[in-house]
Design a protein around this ligand. Structure first.
Ligand code: NCD
Length: 335
């Protein structure tokens, strides 16, 4: 098999959301919709990944991302090799570099003896997926690199918004919580900036605001956005409210964490926030996990009809099926 390198129009590595052409995003949505319909009809005999081995290489904890990727691979008739705690259970624990691990799994030296045809990588370090892609003999899918990016989460979120609202343009969204250390916020905003008429509000406490580089990206794309510090100020103008947890795993400064915790009601979906957005019909999304201690989605509202996070997570399966199918098709396409 001839493994080609990245070509602008053909998805090979999936590292950054900004690198996915709109045409490819649309193709992924279309295919995901088709997979979803077929799954709903009870179909289980897809063979789009027949003969492919996918390595799910997770150096950082995950529930939804890893399981939905692995379920997607099983659904498509592919094989999975996996480690869910690569930092402890792979040779990384013996001091091996990420580059060496990737070279081995991807068969850089002996391509015909590679262990896997596609690698799904989650890593606590920003830039890890890019680093891996530089030395890999097979496509790398970034399943989250520290506070960097999470492109397949952005794809599944946008797909969910489209399903919930019936369109992916001309709506307003507020992103709420720890916007600085969350990798999802940046990826989602970048993906949505490709579509017209999407107004964004960013709601975060001091020290947790969106990064300057994201602001200048959005300005350059002509996106209308505003920043504020209380969800109550913008929820009634938002079709979607997208909440994220405070990323404690990336915050070492205890004082900073305290500033968040002191005002956490300003970034949570409380009964008051839910009720005040009744008229607008705001839908509440969250990439999950919800922090059981901080309760950014309060237990008293989590089962109400406009809390959409459980449905949202389900879309991970068809979206990841579509991504894997496309990458594998690009690899094996003879044309
Ligand atoms: C997110 C992640 O890992 O970035 N979760 C996910 O993939 N569904 C969000 C988070 O950890 O807060």
């Amino acid at each position: 098999m001839d493994f080609r390198h990245q070509n602008m129009n053909k998805l090979y590595h999936l590292i950054k959301t900004s690198e996915i052409p709109l045409k490819v995003i649309e193709e992924i949505f279309e295919k995901a919709e088709w997979f979803e319909r077929e799954l709903q009809r009870g179909r289980r005999d897809f063979n789009n990944l027949k003969g492919a081995t996918v390595c799910s290489l997770f150096y950082e904890e995950s529930t939804r991302t890893r399981f939905s990727f692995e379920k997607a691979i099983h659904n498509l008739g592919g094989n999975v090799i996996s480690t869910e705690a690569a930092a402890q259970f792979s040779s990384a624990h013996k001091g091996e570099s990420l580059e060496h691990t990737i070279k081995i799994i991807s068969g850089k030296a002996l391509s015909h003896l590679r262990y896997a045809d596609i690698i799904i990588l989650r890593h606590p370090e920003k830039g890890a997926a890019e680093k891996a892609a530089k030395v890999s003999g097979v496509p790398i899918i970034n399943a989250g690199d520290g506070s960097g990016e999470h492109p397949t989460q952005a794809l599944l979120d946008a797909y969910a918004f489209k399903r919930f609202l019936g369109r992916l343009s001309h709506f307003s969204i507020c992103f709420v919580g720890d916007l600085k250390f969350s990798r999802v916020i940046g990826s989602d905003a970048i993906l949505l900036s490709q579509y017209p008429g999407i107004k964004m509000f960013f709601v975060a406490p001091k020290g947790f605001e969106i990064k300057e580089e994201l602001k200048s990206y959005l300005r350059q794309k002509g996106v209308e956005f505003k920043e504020t510090d209380d969800i109550k100020k913008v929820v009634c103008q938002s079709d979607i409210a997208y909440i994220v947890r405070v990323q404690k795993n990336r915050i070492s400064d205890r004082n900073l964490l305290q500033t968040y915790q002191q005002n956490k009601d300003n970034y949570a979906v409380t009964k008051e926030v839910y009720e005040m957005s009744e008229k607008k019909g705001t839908l509440f999304c969250h990439p999950m996990p919800v922090d059981e201690k901080e309760k950014e989605i309060r237990p008293e509202v989590e089962n109400l009809p406009r809390i959409k996070m459980f449905e949202q997570a389900g879309y991970g399966v068809p979206i990841r099926m579509a991504v894997l199918e496309l990458i594998w098709r690009n690899l094996t396409d003879k044309k």
